[in-house]
Design a protein around this ligand. Structure first.
Ligand SMILES: Nc1nc2c(ncn2[C@@H]2O[C@H](COP(=O)(O)OP(=O)(O)OP(=O)(O)O)[C@@H](O)[C@H]2O)c(=O)[nH]1
Ligand SMILES: [Mg+2]
Length: 320
């Protein structure tokens, strides 16, 4: 490596940065906005992210390995307990935690002065403080507030709850505040070489992304009818000259849900398949053939053995 290579230069900074917070606050959307590609599944439904995923954010002088985590919430089922466990583990060994909290939708200055974070947000903060890592508070969805003057009192209230490194108001969908966030993150990364190739965007392989894309497509089309009932397992993924051939199984909880996923004259499953195929193709840059099977796996979200079989297993990752 030559001395002009930024990877070997002393000025180069790198580290792990966790994105944590309550479900649906915009963690995955922010990760996608920072790295400039839709690698993490982000939907309007809470508890979309189920496992930790690394998004690799490389700039000219830094590489921040972003750890997308599931939302922190009071978990009941085995699946949800697994998800919250993933979130806390995601925050444990990082250089910096970004705690994301939604900018509250408040009408006026009086309401802003009286606003307090809810019990769920306070509990999420408490579990992050316990990790002992430095925490930057990121206020998300600031495009939703009409009056910018309402942001300051919210920042001040949050600061009474914890001595945050700093607080950054953002809007991932409008790209606002991301340059400030970049500076604040960069200032807190230790000097060091890149952990990953700078072209790489995530630590997961296409098999994993394909299953997430199919799950996301099902969420978008059927989520109101199919709450948390589906898991997608890619059985075979073959790359050929003509494109990728993917066989996947959609696992649902009940027989009636199988009917919904398949639809009348298989119209729903065909729709899901063609949309997912297109999105997978966009990510790989190659055409793709997708074959979906639907299987009933009763009670899978409650059964640790089935969870493991469907890919939700506790696998500790080494750093770097
Ligand atoms: N208006 C607005 N909506 C946003 C912004 N960021 C995220 N959202 C929306 O918030 C919803 C949740 O976004 P996600 O990124 O999936 O949230 P998450 O925190 O990863 O959610 P879980 O993985 O379920 O915990 C989606 O509908 C996003 O489009 C933003 O900056 N502004
Ligand atoms: Mg998410």
């Amino acid at each position: 490596m030559s001395s002009t290579d930024p990877k070997s230069s002393d000025a180069y900074r790198s580290g792990f940065v966790a994105l944590c917070g309550r479900p649906n606050v915009g963690k995955s959307t922010l990760l996608n906005a920072l790295i400039g590609d839709r690698v993490a599944l982000a939907t309007r439904f809470p508890q979309t992210t189920r496992e930790r995923m690394l998004g690799i954010w490389s700039g000219e002088e830094f590489q921040a390995v972003l750890v997308d985590t599931p939302g922190i919430h009071r978990a009941k089922s085995a699946l949800n307990k697994f998800m919250v466990g993933e979130a806390i583990k995601g925050a444990r060994d990082v250089d910096l935690v970004l705690m994301l909290a939604e900018m509250p939708n408040i009408p006026d200055a009086e309401a802003a002065a009286q606003w307090e974070p809810g019990p769920g947000a306070k509990a999420a903060l408490a579990s992050l403080v316990e990790t002992g890592r430095p925490i930057v508070l990121v206020l998300t969805k600031c495009d939703m507030v009409k009056d910018r003057d309402l942001v300051l009192p919210i920042i001040e209230t949050w600061q009474r709850h914890h001595d945050f490194e700093t607080v950054v108001p953002t809007s991932a969908v409008k790209g606002k505040g991301l340059d400030v966030l970049e500076r604040e993150v960069l200032a807190r990364l230790p000097a060091g070489p890149a952990y990953y190739d700078r072209e790489q965007l995530s630590d997961k392989d296409m098999r994993w992304h394909a299953s997430e894309i199919v799950r996301g497509t099902i969420f978008a089309k059927l989520r109101d009818e199919l709450p948390y009932a589906c898991a997608v397992v890619v059985e075979r993924y073959k790359e050929t000259e003509a494109g990728d051939r993917i066989h996947a199984t959609v696992h649902v909880d009940k027989q009636s849900q199988k009917g919904m996923v398949i639809g009348k004259k298989a119209s729903m499953i065909k729709d899901i398949s063609s949309q997912a195929r297109e999105r997978i193709g966009r990510l790989t840059g190659r055409p793709c053939q997708l074959f979906l099977d639907v299987k009933v796996s009763p009670g899978w979200t409650e059964d640790p053995k089935q969870l493991e079989r469907l890919g939700y297993a506790d696998h500790e990752e080494d750093r770097g």
